[in-house]
Design a protein around this ligand. Structure first.
Ligand code: ATP
Ligand code: MG
Length: 685
């Protein structure tokens, strides 16, 4: 079979080849966008497996998103024989963390079926601990906790380092928050990396286990790792340091989540024998696009000296199009996509609309729908965030782990089943005093003194129901044997038993209920397929999903749809035709409120730092484009009933373009001719 595979060196330049073949120590590939860094990783995996005798289970590659992991797995699949890649780990940091925690649960004091909290469940816990309804305050505390975790700062340390009373308060909440998570047998998103790092730090045996397991580690998008991820990489690779990291300091866009570019520089000091390889040829973009990208990023101070050139030809001029308002913008972009697809005989999937913030998506979705253009939104509200999906998932989570208190609360109250708020409060207090999960408390005789039989009845009935489902799903503790039913049967029974469809029709109007019920059916269908394809038990599946829930919807195939994405979520990807929309001051750069209070010099410094991060985001956006790039901005936007005048983004000028230039990104007819033609076509169709 391997005879049919392409030769390994095909499609690689000498510098890439060097990076792929270098195995004498840690290696860092530092290079600009589209220079083939990710390709180096996929080729190196193939090299390790095909030529160096590495077994797949000893190789791991880490990416930033599930989508990137899937794409990489596909690419590796095309350069290495299928039987050689079995057991290979290509995943996000978070998925690797889950895997480690499942295997090492005992060592970190968790049971193997611990649950992974979604952001809003975590928020609920913070809310209770802070005892406020002030959403801003809750979010601020949650952010502080997250940043601490990602910086590997423990509660004690956080409290010691605090300089203000409110920081001290937040640090105290941090401590109770961790304790609450513990008692729920839950971990949050940040823990997925923090706990494995802590474990490897403190437990020499575990460290050796993982170091001998992962004998070669590759990390993509290295510039966006935070302290915690850096530490995990360091501990996993150990003194042998068989590591290849690739990254681009100009694409660091996650400082707000605690990522630090210094990790790139730190590598050079932590690994004195680090080999640094630069790539300079860009294989993605036409020269005009690349020049614009280089111009913009040239306004940032340089950390490393990098050059980037392309021989793909000059390409079409970049279109800069001022629009009257956001509706005109959305409509025009939709029209242009429709026309260009027709003329260039392109696919829908060749087009991407990229924007700074999620809230910009809605109006584009509507415009695309109006023209019947199929699209998908990534990096936005995902399927798994929908309330009805979360409701069903709460039941499944509870079945998988009955110590998952947030899931308990959600499931027992949705649909309502005669368990009132006051009953739940009594239950909560009782469980709190006894330091046991809510579920376990329901069966304690002690509770009988606090609740009337009519209050206790429905509670126990509910828990017995969950117990039966657990038994059927094979998650029962003790010696009860699993029933051997399929996941599909159990799922159908569950949804029928809780009368979820009726609940929807009782609470929403006809259409709302129908839509929601359809979503539930989609979820069930997807779960069943997944259980069958991946031969997963229902329990494994639930664990698996709890994780994707917080990342993104899984879209295994590459459907022919226009891609809509935030700039952040577009990192690492490429599209033939890119529309960069809402390129205005206030949106991109998006600077939030000015930090005027306090030290003005400091405020100016932090403002400058934010502009620089936004500029990197702009650089990421421009460099996603392969053939054409169109930049749009609105002269005014509605805020409430008012029209607010807008200014074009400073980045347009920095690209070396005029803000009112109306160039045409697509060859052939003029824009007006094309629109007219399209309109007449649409009328006929
Ligand atoms: P980013 O910084 O955006 O993540 P990158 O450096 O990871 O970009 P890749 O995605 O690996 O770049 O490569 C960009 C494009 O160039 C891809 O389509 C890839 O297949 C192609 N490519 C990479 N190296 C070569 C090469 N030597 N010859 C031809 N095409 C290449
Ligand atoms: Mg890449």
């Amino acid at each position: 079979a391997s005879a049919a595979l392409p030769p390994l060196d095909a499609g690689m330049n000498p510098a890439q080849r060097e990076a792929v073949r270098y195995l004498d120590g840690p290696c860092l590939v530092l290079a600009g966008a589209g220079s083939g860094k990710t390709r180096v990783i996929t080729q190196k995996i193939a090299y390790l497996l095909r030529d160096c005798g590495y077994s797949a289970r000893n190789v791991a590659a880490l990416t930033f998103t599930n989508k990137a992991a899937r794409e990489m797995a596909e690419r590796v699949g095309s350069v290495a024989p299928p039987n050689a890649i079995k057991g290979l780990t290509i995943s996000t940091f978070h998925s690797l963390g889950v895997k480690m925690l499942r295997e090492e649960a005992k060592q970190v004091g968790l049971k193997p079926q611990f649950s992974i909290l979604a952001a809003d469940d975590a928020m609920g816990i913070v809310q209770e601990l802070v005892a406020t309804t002030d959403k801003g305050l809750i979010r601020a505390v949650q952010t502080a906790i997250s940043l601490w975790k990602n910086a590997l700062v423990e509660p004690d340390q956080a409290e010691r380092l605090a300089t203000t009373e409110s920081e001290r308060d937040a640090a105290r909440v941090y401590r109770s928050y961790n304790a609450t998570l513990r008692s729920y047998q839950s971990v949050d998103f940040d823990d997925l990396i923090r706990l494995p790092a802590r474990l490897l730090e403190s437990d020499a045996e575990a460290r050796e286990r993982w170091q001998s397991r992962i004998r070669y580690l590759l990390v993509d998008e290295y510039q966006d790792t935070n302290a915690c991820q850096y530490r995990l990489v360091q501990l996993l690779t150990g003194p042998r340091a068989m590591l290849t990291a690739v990254g681009d300091d100009d694409q660091a866009i996650y400082a707000w989540r605690g990522a630090t570019i210094e990790n790139l520089a730190k590598l050079t000091t932590d690994y004195p024998n680090l080999r640094v390889i630069k790539l300079e040829q860009n294989y993605r973009s036409m020269q005009r696009i690349l020049a614009a990208a280089n111009n913009v990023i040239g306004h940032n101070p340089k950390l490393f000296d990098k050059k980037l050139w392309s021989d793909l030809g000059v390409g079409d001029p970049i279109g800069v199009i001022p629009m009257d308002d956001e509706e005109a913008e959305a409509e025009s972009v939709a029209m242009r996509i429709s026309a260009a697809r027709f003329e260039l005989k392109a696919d829908w999937r060749d087009f991407a609309i990229l924007y700074r913030s999620n809230h910009q998506a809605r109006i584009f979705e509507q415009a695309l729908r109006n023209l019947k253009i199929p699209y998908m939104v990534s990096g936005g509200q995902s399927f798994f965030d929908k309330a009805e999906v979360r409701d069903i998932m709460a039941y499944l989570r509870l079945i998988a782990n009955d110590e998952d208190d947030p899931a308990f609360i959600r499931a027992i109250t949705t649909p309502k089943r005669g368990v009132g708020q006051s009953t739940l409060e009594v239950l909560g207090t009782y469980a709190g005093e006894r330091e046991i999960p809510l579920f376990a408390a329901v069966f304690e005789t002690g509770l009988e003194q606090r609740l009337q039989p009519r209050q206790l009845g429905p509670l126990r009935e509910f828990c017995e129901f969950i117990n039966r489902m657990q038994w059927r799903a094979g998650a029962a503790k003790g010696d009860a044997a699993p029933s051997g039913e399929t996941a599909s049967e159990i799922l159908d029974d569950l949804v029928r038993a809780i009368q979820y469809e009726r609940y929807l029709y009782d609470h929403f109007d006809e259409r709302g209920a129908q839509n929601r019920w359809q979503t539930v059916l989609d979820l069930l269908g997807w779960l069943k397929r997944k259980a069958e394809e991946d031969k997963m038990s229902l329990m494994d599946l639930v664990q698996h999903i709890a994780l994707i829930t917080m990342l993104e919807k899984s879209d295994d195939e590459d459907p022919d749809l226009v891609r809509m994405s935030t700039l952040h979520a577009s990192k690492g990807l490429e599209y033939p035709h890119v529309f960069l929309v809402g390129t205005e001051e206030g949106l991109l750069p998006h600077l939030g409120k000015d930090d005027e209070e306090g030290d003005p010099a400091k405020a100016a410094e932090s403002l400058e730092a934010r502009v620089q991060e936004e500029r990197r985001l702009m650089y990421v956006g421009i460099t996603r484009a392969r053939r054409t790039l169109t930049v749009t901005w609105c002269k005014k936007r509605k805020r409430g009933r008012e029209d607010i005048a807008r200014e074009p983004s400073r980045f347009i000028k920095e690209m070396g373009l005029e803000t009112d230039e109306v160039a045409d990104a697509t060859p052939g007819l003029s824009a007006k001719e094309r629109l007219d033609r399209l309109k007449s076509l649409l009328k006929k169709g």
